[in-house]
Design a binder for this molecule. Structure first.
Ligand code: HEM
Length: 447
């Protein structure tokens, strides 16, 4: 049985400078294989200590039991601040709590049902755009995921002039953006990551100006009583239940920027890997294609019938978690597995390693969507599965993504077949999300 691609591991012992070099290329292949078996690893640098924790009880401590002791690491946030400002992804403490109180209601179950027609329309548009031939599939899934965000948030398709411009500028941003996670591992003094390239700052500014036009227009429509009932309207009209305050149009720019970034990069990565896995395991592709017959009308209830599609998407999120690592900072001293964790230490949580942990999962590197229907699979899911993080800072869009992913997948498989292209084995690398080094190439043909 062939296994899905996994990045090569580095040798156990390398010099610091070799590590830095490897790290700059890709954080996944810069790690030694022993991290797939370790419960914890300590990285010592002259300026601070980092701990990668794979022990489920420590992961729970950091994310669920004492999240206030482990705020988001400012070392990592710096890289995204020019684009995301004070968005919910970067803030901590009271500011973050207030922001979540306003945002969370927009993503609750009932609202998800309301956004379904927009997701359906975006999935159909994706099918209509797709052409036969050998194509790079990440481009296709990025386009589709960006379309979903604009349609659900602002009721506009990606063809809209401003939407298209935001999408294009974002690509530039990613290209010019340094790998942010680097700052959590490497012995750089705290001021280092602040030196952004000029191009990065300029792109961030231009994306934010474009978004500001959308939020201002929406504020005007809300005032005039003509606003559509979508996520942007819901968020901009929700008052914080504790203070009664709403987001100002400026604050909304920060939040829209993160919805766009967190919502489209991640889903695009997950969908592209899922399609690759289905090309690698055509028997699963056929099963999903059969299941897709259920998609006959735009009705949220259809989601309960896309069970295989959901399990396959879950399995792809296990093998290729779009956010491979997350970083927190110890806000006070702790002891982890008998070791002293000083204030200011960087705590790295790694869905990438946890999801393939050899002491937790049976056949961790194998693609086995059927595992999700077993007792053993469910136990592992509780202990060691967190593609959307966990605890109070869990991804706000988790429910949204678990509808969008299986729906787009199923819609595509109803119409198309995806096959491997000889000589093109994608190698996973971590950019902002887990992507393939030279793209994911597939042969697409109509069914
Ligand atoms: C497959 C798709 C997705 C994956 C794998 C994913 C994963 C994650 C992860 C791991 C985090 C936590 C990051 C950290 O703590 O450092 C996160 C946070 C977040 N995600 Fe997602 N996400 C996805 C889709 C979405 C979508 C569709 C949206 C919105 C429309 C969204 C909005 C957010 C926001 C706002 C946060 C910040 C939450 C906070 O810090 O309080 N995500 N996501």
């Amino acid at each position: 049985m062939i296994l899905p691609p996994k990045p090569p591991a580095r040798p156990d012992k390398v010099s610091l400078w070799r590590y830095v070099k490897l790290f700059r290329q890709d954080i996944l292949s810069a790690q030694p294989a022993k991290l797939y078996r370790a419960w914890m690893a300590e990285f010592r640098t002259p300026f601070f200590r980092s701990f990668m924790v794979n022990d489920p009880t420590l992961v729970d401590l950091v994310l669920k039991e004492r999240p206030d002791d482990f705020p988001k690491s400012s070392r990592v946030s710096e890289g995204l601040r020019p684009l995301l400002g004070e968005s919910v992804f970067l803030t901590n403490g009271e500011t973050w709590k207030r922001q979540r109180r306003i945002i969370d209601p927009a993503f609750e179950g009932g609202r998800l049902r309301d956004t379904f027609p927009a997701m359906w329309a975006a999935s159909q548009a994706c099918v209509a755009r797709l052409e036969e031939g050998i194509i790079e599939i990440e481009e296709v899934t990025s386009h589709a995921a960006a379309d979903v965000i604009f349609r659900t948030l602002f009721s506009i398709p990606i063809e809209n002039e401003i939407a298209a411009e935001v999408f294009n500028e974002f690509r530039d941003y990613q290209r010019s953006q340094p790998i942010v996670n680097i700052a959590a591992f490497l012995p750089l003094p705290r001021w280092m990551p602040r030196f952004f390239r000029r191009r990065t700052r300029e792109t961030a500014k231009s994306v934010r100006n474009l978004i500001a036009r959308l939020t201002q227009a929406r504020a005007d429509e809300i005032a005039a009583g003509t606003a559509p009932d979508d996520l942007a309207t819901k968020i901009m009209t929700t008052a914080d239940p504790e203070t009664g305050e709403r987001f100002t149009p400026e604050e909304m720019v920060d939040q829209v920027a993160i919805f766009f970034l967190a919502g489209h990069e991640t889903s695009a990565s997950a969908l592209a890997w899922t399609l690759y896995l289905l090309a690698l395991y055509p028997e699963w592709q056929e099963r999903l294609a059969q299941e897709s017959a259920a998609l006959n009308k735009c009705d949220f209830k259809v989601m309960s019938e896309l069970k295989l599609s959901r399990d396959v998407f879950r399995e792809a999120l296990r093998l290729y978690p779009p956010v491979p690592m997350m970083v927190r900072e110890a806000g006070c001293p702790h002891t982890f597995r008998g070791r002293e964790v000083k204030t200011g230490s960087q705590i790295v949580l790694s869905p990438w390693h946890l999801h393939r942990h050899e002491r937790i999962w049976a056949r961790p590197d194998a693609f086995e969507p059927e595992r999700w229907q077993t007792e053993e699979g469910r136990r592992c899911a509780r202990e060691a599965y967190m593609p959307f993080s966990a605890g109070s800072r869990v991804c706000t869009g988790a429910g949204f993504a678990m509808v969008e992913g299986p729906l787009i997948l199923s819609m595509l498989l109803k119409m198309f077949r995806f096959e491997l292209v000889e000589g093109r084995v994608p190698q996973p690398v971590a950019h902002l999300t887990v992507r393939a080094k030279d793209g994911i190439w597939l042969k697409v043909s109509k069914r």
